[in-house]
Design a protein around this ligand. Structure first.
Ligand code: KE4
Length: 435
């Protein structure tokens, strides 16, 4: 069996993969089904760049969907990972590095007193959900249309038929009774929040939210909405769970909760979910909260949660090396400025071309929509020009710029993206928008 997939390029690699892996991918978004065409099979990455198996180079704005905030192959990260690997890949026993990483997370997230390390954002969100239910003794949860918290059954839910009715599964294989306690509301809709708490307040264990929704491309929770959400959770004894898998250590060193604490005096979530950046590209995520809530977890308390590779020493070393770099003075200021420069440059290119193009960014995360204004909820995102997005995606890919292959995904800039990469990106965008 040939192992040299370079011979036939991306198409041959895709053909081969589809024979042995469903859809040829290990995560659906990678298959390019939202934008069409053949996915690029990556052979290597360095700095701000990816190379595919045909040797084509791309400026990378996916960054593994967020983790690669330093860029690919940062020397300090590679050194830490190599050294850790030589000490041992996995022990199934505690290591000091896990406490060090927990300390590093807590140091930057003052609302978090303790964290549990796991291996994926799905696992972290699922565990946070179980913990919220266990800590409150309540069954019901609220999530929002357009927010994604991984693929745990209870979170694969779309809005019910009427206001404040319970959700329906978004996936086959999820029995309706599994999601009967999941209420799905419209993002940024204060009246629906009021109604849901009025009807179910004493039964609601938690509200889980992406504070800046990167799974709707880039939609911010409004300040009035977030303020009211905090008030209602406090009033009814529900836990406010910030899913910061994407925004944590990405939109600011202190995550989106730092952004909202700057906008709403005294604001803080009750629990937080992290991933992506804290693993630096390796399988590592976490969930955390107050000591009182976290102490409900096994082995201390009645809420069970476990994992063979949780806190894996190599992944932990990768995450620690990454966090050491991003907390250096000036790191986030430079990354934020660079990302804002990109977002503003894309908007300017839209204006020059006479194309409605709304953009936004926070820290090292950005989004853009072919629309006159930034959408405020999922339905508004659906109403943006998807066909134009897909044409733009392919026009940019052909010019060596790799954007997220789906309208509903955010983009990510790394510290390795410099003037040359931004200039090339904006030149490509001006050309692509003429099409
Ligand atoms: P993972 O299980 O994929 O590590 O994390 C799930 C998750 C949880 N919460 C948020 C806010 C997330 O964005 C994610 C995963 N993000 C997607 C990108 N939209 C990962 C890419 C993929 O599914 O392949």
């Amino acid at each position: 069996m040939s192992t040299d997939v370079n011979a036939g390029g991306n198409a041959a690699a895709f053909e081969r993969a589809q024979r042995v892996i469903p859809g040829g991918v290990n995560s659906p978004v990678r298959a390019f089904r939202a934008v069409g065409g053949t996915p690029r099979f990556i052979s290597r990455a360095e700095g701000a760049y990816l190379w595919d198996v045909e040797g084509r180079r791309y400026i990378d704005y996916i960054g593994s969907w967020g983790p690669m905030i330093l860029g690919h192959g940062h020397p300090a990260v590679l050194d830490a990972v190599t050294r850790a690997a030589r000490q041992g890949l996995s022990f199934g026993a505690p290591t000091e590095a896990e406490a060090e990483l927990a300390e590093a997370i807590i140091e930057r997230m003052p609302t978090v007193e303790q964290v549990r390390l796991v291996s994926s954002g799905t696992e972290a969100a699922m565990s946070a959900l179980r913990l919220a239910r266990g800590a409150t003794g309540r069954p019901k949860i609220i999530k929002f249309e357009g927010c994604y918290h991984g693929h745990a059954d209870a979170l694969l839910v779309k809005a019910g038929s009427g206001l404040a009715t319970f959700g329906h599964p978004t996936s086959a294989g999820v029995p309706p009774e599994v999601v009967q306690h999941t209420l799905v509301l419209e993002y940024n809709h204060v009246a629906q929040l009021e109604e849901a708490f009025a009807q179910h307040g004493s039964q609601i264990a938690c509200v889980m939210i992406e504070p800046i929704a990167g799974n709707m491309n880039f939609v911010r929770a409004s300040v009035p909405f977030m303020r009211r959400l905090r008030e209602l959770c406090t009033q009814h004894g529900a836990l406010l769970v910030f899913d910061e898998v994407m925004t944590g250590f990405r939109v600011a060193l202190g995550g989106a909760q730092a952004v909202y604490a700057g906008l709403i005096p005294g604001f803080k979530p009750d629990m937080s979910v992290f991933g992506k950046v804290i693993g630096g590209g390796m399988p590592l995520a976490a969930f955390g909260g107050t000591r009182a809530v976290m102490s409900q977890l096994a082995p201390l308390g009645p809420v069970y949660q476990a994992g063979t590779l949780s806190g894996n020493p190599v992944a932990t070393a990768c995450g620690l090396a990454t966090l050491r770099e991003i907390r250096k003075p000036g790191f986030f200021e430079a990354l934020s400025a660079r990302t804002r420069q990109l977002a503003d440059g894309l908007a300017a290119a839209g204006r020059e071309a006479g194309v409605p193009l709304a953009t936004d960014s926070e820290g090292g995360m950005f989004g853009f929509f072919f629309a006159e204004a930034l959408p405020q909820n999922y339905n508004a995102v659906l109403a943006t020009d998807k066909e134009r997005f897909n044409r733009f995606f392919h026009a940019m890919l052909a010019r060596g710029v790799y954007l997220a292959p789906a309208l509903y995904e955010a983009g990510f800039v790394s510290a390795a993206h410099g003037d040359a990469e931004l200039d090339a990106t904006l030149t490509a965008a001006r050309e692509a928008l003429k099409g």
